[in-house]
Every structure is written in C-alpha cells, then in structure tokens.
Design a protein around this ligand. Structure first.
Ligand SMILES: Nc1ncnc2c1ncn2[C@@H]1O[C@H](COP(=O)(O)OP(=O)(O)O)[C@@H](O)[C@H]1O
Ligand SMILES: [Mg+2]
Length: 271
C-alpha cells in the first residue's frame, strides 16, 4: 500500500438535510471519514441511506448542513474541481468519440483539445482502450465504457477520485475483472479513492478502510480496517482471511441496517 502522510480527505461531523415544500428530509446525520494519500476508503450502507449525498457534498455539488470537508488538509471553499467525481449514473456523451469523452474535463479546465489528447493517449492502452480512441461509446462493451468513464475521471490527475457504485450495472465476471484492474491501475497512478458500493466482496477486495453507515439518516455504525496485503489478486478472494473479513462486514452491515429501525427490534430476524 503506497500511502503517504497527512490526509487526502477528511469529512468531519457531516450532516445534510434537504428542505422542500414537502418538508425536511434528513439524509445524513453524522458522518466522519478520512483517507490518507493513496488509500481507498469505502462507504457501504443500506440503499437510500445517504451515501451519494455524502459524495455530492465532498464533490462540492451540495453544501453541508453541518460539519466540514477537508481536501488535502484544508477546507476548500469551492470544492468543485478539487476532486474528480464519477457519479452513480455516469454516462459517456454519445455524440463524442471515446477520446473526446475522456479529454472533456481537461478541455473544460482550459487545455487545448490537442494537448489534452497528447496527455491522455499514453493511458488509453493501459485502460484497455488503445484501439478504441476514435470509436463511439455505443461501440464499446459495458466493461470498456466503465474503463473509459474512469479514465475520464482520473485523466486530470486528481489527488482524490470519488467513485459512486462504479460497477453497479455489470455482470459478475466483468465486475470482478474491473475490480482487479482498478486495484492495479490505482496503485500505479497513486490516486486516493473514495468508493461507494453495496457489494461486500467488492469492498473487501478494494479497500484499505470500510466505513459502514446506518440506514437514513446516515451515521457511522462501524469502521473496518482491511489489512490484507497488496497487490491483491483474484485468488486472494479464496483465502480464509478474505472470507473472515467478508463475514465481519456482512454482520456489521446487518447490525447497522437494523440499528436505526429503532423500536421494531423485536421484529428482528435471528442472525
Ligand atoms: N437533492 C435532494 N433533494 C431531496 N432529497 C434528496 C436529495 N438527494 C438525496 N435526497 C434524499 O436523501 C436520501 C439519501 O439519498 P442518497 O444519498 O441518494 O442515498 P444512497 O446513495 O445511499 O442510496 C434519500 O431519501 C433521497 O431521497
Ligand atoms: Mg447512491
């Protein structure tokens, strides 16, 4: 694990409510999380508990109702652009070729299209897209589209990348391949990653730290350190230590989901 000193991301006492004419919804009650440089930290929790909301705040798309976000050690007033965000429903723009999709953030940040292409081209092969720079998004497989979306996310060499359920819609084999690939490419690039998933095996395989959230409004129910050595290979999933961590995480997740159901605890099924 190539971790540095200091923190790349610190979320402290984050709360977020949404108010509309329908009333107020508290999405996040209190979330703390941090990642050192080069670490991968995962948020896991029941559907609708507030995971994407936490990332929307970290990315600067929403402002916190309470609490603080520090990126690279300081509170950034305008966080838009301080991290690279791959939102849950990420889509390549169908009217732009692959190369023009992945260079878009660089161009928006002021690079010329030619300079952006020169910067990204060496990475295309590493991302398994070497022969597809000029292809249209519809010509790519599901796995390739995800790799292109991830390349677009990291092309600008962000200190911090936020990936919200990046592999959610893929079949199991493609998913496992992409997890392996992400693990390796992230180590090479040294990118700090915040990940949202609801997949226990994915969390264990990829993470250094997993933060388990309760049902909405999200609070931190538990923090699990994943002390498996790196690099991690597909075979490592068969190890007893991997299975133990999966079981512990599944248990923590079950506890966390029930914790916030409150007085209905009597209805809780036996473990
Ligand atoms: N912009 C918004 N306005 C109102 N409610 C929102 C908004 N964004 C999220 N919510 C609500 O906050 C809760 C948490 O949503 P979300 O963060 O998307 O959950 P998760 O990603 O864990 O599935 C949900 O009840 C959702 O309806
Ligand atoms: Mg979500």
């Amino acid at each position: 694990m190539s971790t540095g000193t200091g923190t790349a991301l610190e979320v402290v006492g984050l709360a977020k409510s949404f108010t509309s004419d329908q009333g107020t919804v508290q999405a996040v009650r209190r979330v703390d999380m941090s990642a050192r440089p080069g670490e991968l930290v995962t948020l896991i929790g029941p559907s609708g508990c507030g995971k994407s909301t936490v990332f929307n705040v970290v990315a600067g798309l929403e402002q916190p109702s309470a609490g603080e976000v520090r990126i690279g050690g300081s509170v950034v007033a305008d966080r838009l652009g301080a991290s690279a965000y791959m939102p849950q429903r990420d889509a390549l723009l169908p009217w732009r070729r692959v190369i023009d999709n992945v260079t878009l953030p660089l161009v928006l940040a002021g690079s010329s299209p030619a300079a952006a292409r020169r910067q990204v081209e060496p990475l295309l092969r590493r991302f398994g897209l070497g022969d597809f720079a000029r292809a249209w998004p519809w010509q790519l497989s599901g796995g390739m589209r995800h790799r292109a979306a991830f390349l677009r996310t990291v092309a600008a060499e962000p200190g911090l990348a936020l990936l919200d359920e990046p592999f959610g819609a893929l079949d199991g084999i493609t998913r496992a391949d992409l997890q392996q690939w992400l693990s390796a490419v992230r180590a090479e690039l040294g990118t700090t990653v915040g990940l949202v998933t609801h997949d226990v095996a994915e969390a264990v395989f990829l993470s250094d730290v997993v933060v388990v959230l309760t049902a909405r409004p999200a609070e931190v129910a538990a923090v699990l350190e994943v002390d498996l050595p790196r690099p991690r290979e597909a075979e490592d999933r068969e190890r007893a230590s991997f299975g133990d961590l999966e079981r512990r995480l599944r248990h923590l997740l079950r506890e966390a989901s029930w914790a916030s159901v409150g007085p209905g605890a009597a209805e809780r099924p036996p473990d």
